[in-house]
Ligand binder design. Structure first.
Ligand code: ADP
Length: 504
């Protein structure tokens, strides 16, 4: 099966959040299991070139009609972690992807509409054409209605379209006339039940186009797939998703265990594992080296040497992630006998300012450190060197950070919502399956519920070290790799491609 992902992000070359990790992990696993998966991505000026092998230009003459004009593009090809990847470089006077960022420009809608149209144009010129076009989030959603509208021009065979929605919060609302730039007729799509926005009827909603016109729609965990059918989580798209329930489902994200691996991680000063080995007739693990990584991390952060549990959070600082509860933990940590490190950045100026003030307030604190940037290497060190990882989200489609933490022997403390509910099970819950239990959880989005859960975990760390060690080992040995979820995606791909054969 030949699959092409059209995506705005791909780890580690162009990453803002989980979308990048997911496209990377799923494409690599697809290739590992014998399929042929490729990715097409904008050629951002901020892309990390050192993460791309064998980078070369394959054409300078791809033409894209946009806003009534035709523009040339170059396509570069390279390998990212073994994934064949195309990079689209528009020769457009607005330098669409040379802005020093991935998102956050006033014309983001135009930038990604352009990318979508040009990518589709390129893919349809390929011989043979892909079996599956796999779209991700609002940035590439327009490809689904475009392929339908241009089907006659392209001619058969047409690929099937799979659309993964990573987060319903971001819907790509725009002016109804914007889709004319890519060649779609406004009146054919801007109406109720089509792409007109349900909450702001004067706007057009790109995400809804992806949902309506793709052959299969997936979201990133079974619990989130249920939650989004309600007004609280569906953000205006709940009724559309309910109508499309025959092609809508939830598949839990996996983690790329080649990239996220404490035994080989290139960013760690020492490697460790929960695996037992024998020497002198005794069995050992290398888990004690996690303590060394913790020491290195504390030195880098200038935290006090005192023996205390280290709590960590790594996230985009947006309301979804539970900003109030994160601030509560910062204020609380030291008094609970713990230390705290936050690594995060915010696209929202008011939240960014607030955290910069907090950062200043705690600048010389012996037990608290805030780092307000995106740092891949420090993220790895924090996952590996901390004791507990906090994810107090208001909602969480899947969440990858709790899975990375588990892999690095850091116990997750999470609010039970979305994918967090599907992956983390409380070690003290009487009815929980002991095989699954792997962290601490709470339900209510309140400081009290969070605080009492933190206290339970910190108590165990101080007073039951043997039990804590068992938790660590169990979490590290659980399997949240892509192997099983990728098979669920293949079942959907196969069903779609099979249907086509059946109809012919
Ligand atoms: P989301 O996609 O909502 O941002 P996920 O939990 O799915 O959240 O994925 C977040 C990914 O982004 C993880 O790989 C995490 O390590 C990474 N990440 C988030 N913030 C930072 C940061 N400031 N520095 C480095 N990595 C970060």
């Amino acid at each position: 099966m030949h699959i092409i992902h059209i995506s705005a992000e791909l780890a580690p070359v162009a990453k803002e959040g989980g979308l990048a990790d997911v496209v990377y992990g799923l494409a690599r696993e697809s290739n590992r299991q014998g399929h042929s998966a490729e990715v097409i991505l904008p050629n951002y000026d901020v892309a990390l070139e050192e993460e791309v092998d064998a980078f070369s230009c394959i054409t300078k003459n791809l033409q894209t009609p946009f806003s009534g004009k035709t523009f040339q593009n170059s396509i570069w090809k390279g390998s990212v972690g073994g994934i064949p990847t195309y990079f689209l470089e528009p020769h457009h006077p607005k330098m669409l992807f040379e802005r020093g960022c991935i998102y956050g420009c006033d014309d983001d809608v135009d930038r990604f509409l352009y990318f979508s149209r040009a990518s589709l144009e390129f893919l349809m010129q390929q011989q043979p054409r892909p079996d599956i076009i796999h779209l991700h989030d609002w940035q590439t959603a327009i490809v689904a209605p475009l392929l339908m509208a241009l089907a006659k021009d392209f001619g058969p065979p047409l690929p099937k379209v799979v659309f993964t929605v990573h987060n319903l919060e971001y819907q790509g609302r725009c002016a109804p006339g914007d889709i004319e730039k890519v060649g779609l007729q406004r009146d054919a799509f801007y109406s109720k039940g089509k792409m007109q926005d349900n909450i702001y009827p004067e706007a057009l909603n790109l995400l809804s186009g992806g949902i309506l016109y793709s052959d299969a729609v997936i979201t990133v965990s079974p619990t989130y797939a249920q939650e989004v059918l309600t007004p609280e989580y569906g953000k205006g798209l709940e009724s559309l998703l309910r109508e499309q329930s025959n092609k809508f489902s939830g598949i839990l994200n996996g983690l790329d265990y080649g990239y996220w691996n404490p035994e080989t991680d290139k960013y760690l000063p020492a490697h460790f594992s929960s695996k037992e080995f024998s020497s002198n007739g005794k069995s050992h693990t290398t888990l004690s080296r996690k303590g060394y990584v913790k020491r290195v991390l504390k030195e880098r952060l200038l935290l006090d040497e005192e023996r205390r549990p280290l709590l960590a959070t790594i996230c985009r600082l947006v309301p979804q992630k539970g900003i109030e509860l994160i601030k509560h933990a910062i204020r609380l940590a030291s008094g609970l006998g713990a230390q705290f490190v936050l690594l995060g950045s915010s696209p929202i100026p008011s939240i960014s300012d607030e955290f910069h003030w907090l950062q200043e307030e705690y600048a010389h604190h012996p037990h608290v450190r805030l780092i307000l940037r995106h740092y891949e290497d420090l993220a790895h060190l924090i996952y590996a060197g901390s004791d507990m990882f906090l994810v107090p989200s208001r909602f969480e489609p899947c969440g990858l950070t709790q899975l990375i933490a588990l892999r690095y022997g850091t116990i997750p403390i999470v609010r039970r919502t979305g994918g967090l509910k599907d992956t983390i099970f409380d070690v003290e819950q009487k009815n929980a399956s002991p095989k699954k239990a792997n962290g601490y959880t709470f339900d209510e989005f309140t400081p009290d519920a969070f605080e009492s859960t933190l206290r339970r975990a910190i108590h165990c760390w101080y007073h039951e070290p043997e039990k804590w060690r068992e938790f660590i080992i169990k979490g590290m040995e659980q399997d949240f790799s892509w192997e099983k979820p990728a098979k669920e995606y293949f079942n959907i791909y196969n069903e779609l491609v099979g249907k086509e054969v059946h109809q012919q």
